[in-house]
Design a protein around this ligand. Structure first.
Ligand SMILES: [Zn+2]
Length: 105
């Protein structure tokens, strides 16, 4: 039940940001993120194509207070996204490509 209210609150906040045009992920930014990760899954490195559709994976999940902004989003294939579920990435399971993108771009 608490989770329900959290999600509802998150939705309202994201809608608010979206309306203001602040911090909401645009399609352009999403394309930038995909380019940055060379159109590959940030976890397993599989290349995206017609069959492997990229999904937006939130580093800090929306359900526990993450924002829908480009700094919080990495591309993941469906199976990796499903595996991660609502866990926050820690230093043990951070994808290497994410470190690369932070330090070398
Ligand atoms: Zn993957």
């Amino acid at each position: 039940m608490l989770n329900y209210f959290r999600q509802k609150r998150r939705k309202i906040i994201n809608t608010f940001f979206n309306k203001l045009g602040i911090n909401a992920l645009t399609n352009e930014e999403w394309q930038d993120i995909l380019k940055k990760f060379e159109y590959k899954c940030a976890y397993c490195g599989i290349e995206f194509n017609d069959r492997v559709i990229p999904t937006k994976d939130h580093i800090i999940p929306l359900s526990i207070g993450g924002y829908n902004i480009k700094e919080n989003i990495i591309p993941a294939c469906r199976s990796c996204n499903a595996k991660k579920h609502n866990k926050i990435l820690d230093s043990n399971n951070l994808p290497i490509s994410l470190f690369r993108s932070w330090f070398f771009n």
